[in-house]
Design a protein around this ligand. Structure first.
Ligand SMILES: Nc1ncnc2c1ncn2[C@@H]1O[C@H](COP(=O)(O)OP(=O)(O)OP(=O)(O)O)[C@@H](O)[C@H]1O
Length: 275
């Protein structure tokens, strides 16, 4: 059954106060401090892959949607079967709505979350701990199931600091799914992920996408092929949003990579006319 929920971003703007760390990386961006600028869009369940050049605002959009940062202007509204909840600077809510929104926020999983890991704890105990924090029924069973699904059973007694990079990333993905997120937000999930992890991620995205809203920012064009929708960001704004099948049908190769490349060419042409 499809999830009865959607997210709406209305005129969301986020300006960073300092650009010190970013000067080298994103020199081509005319306004380095702009995370998002008057960003508007809306999305329902399924997998949405967010594409865009370096510094176009992909991570900013994900962090704002994960409610890790507040927008400076505009609002993000989470529409659910029980009500609509606004994430914006200065928004007011009744105590009932605050409690409901609190419940929803606990069902938003954001990756990367590596810094929140207790490195000395074993794989099994970390999952169990997470299941207990989130008050899951039958936490031991659910932790075992997720370990099996993500090929982690052989590492159950291994402390996290001993996991190799690719397997650690697989663990983090598994852990994020343990809480059965309604909104699953992934920033570059295939970066540093091992081949088994990539295969399992693909299966998860293909088989369970209707159960949640999944947002993925990536430069991995192979992964982007799993999208139901594509969103293209440019200089902090949404330039395109639509069904992958429709957007890619417009380019000869019919792939996301070819569509993205075409869009980049159009952008360069547009920018050269402006100069
Ligand atoms: N903490 C920060 N301080 C200052 N500027 C920032 C900060 N975080 C992001 N920015 C700026 O905001 C803009 C958007 O950054 P963001 O990381 O969201 O882009 P991105 O599309 O995710 O880039 P990438 O593809 O490199 O991950 C960039 O120009 C960046 O320099």
């Amino acid at each position: 059954m499809a999830l009865l929920m959607w997210i709406e971003w209305a005129h969301v703007t986020k300006i960073y106060q300092s650009d010190m760390e970013y000067k080298e990386d994103h020199m081509e961006n005319w306004a380095r401090n702009i995370g998002l600028l008057d960003f508007s869009a809306s999305l329902q369940s399924g997998v949405t892959v967010i594409l865009g050049p370096k510094g176009s605002g992909k991570s900013t959009l994900l962090k704002l949607t994960a409610t890790l940062m507040l927008p400076d202007d505009g609002r993000i509204t989470f529409h659910t079967a029980t009500g609509s909840y606004n994430w914006s600077t200065g928004s007011m809510m009744s105590s009932k709505a605050t409690a409901e929104f609190g419940w929803l926020k606990k069902r938003i999983a954001f990756l990367p979350m590596l810094n929140q890991l207790h490195q000395d704890t074993t794989v099994e105990l970390s999952l169990l701990h997470m299941a207990q924090i989130y008050c899951l029924t039958d936490p031991r069973k659910k932790s075992c199931e997720i370990m099996m699904r993500w090929g982690l059973t052989a590492y159950r007694q291994t402390p996290l600091h001993k996991l190799r990079g690719g397997i650690l990333k697989r663990f983090v993905l598994a852990q994020s799914l343990l809480i059965r997120p309604i909104i699953w937000i992934l920033d570059e999930p295939t970066k540093g992920l091992d081949p088994l992890g990539k295969k399992l991620l693909w299966e998860e995205l293909k088989n369970r996408s209707h159960e949640r809203i999944t947002l993925i920012a990536t430069h991995d064009m192979k992964l982007a092929e799993c999208a139901d929708n594509l969103m293209l960001l440019e200089a902090g704004s949404c330039r395109r949003l639509g069904k992958r099948s429709l957007l890619t049908a417009g380019v000869a190769e019919g792939t996301v990579a070819a569509w993205y490349q075409t869009m980049q060419v159009f952008s360069e042409m547009k920018n050269s006319f402006k100069m």
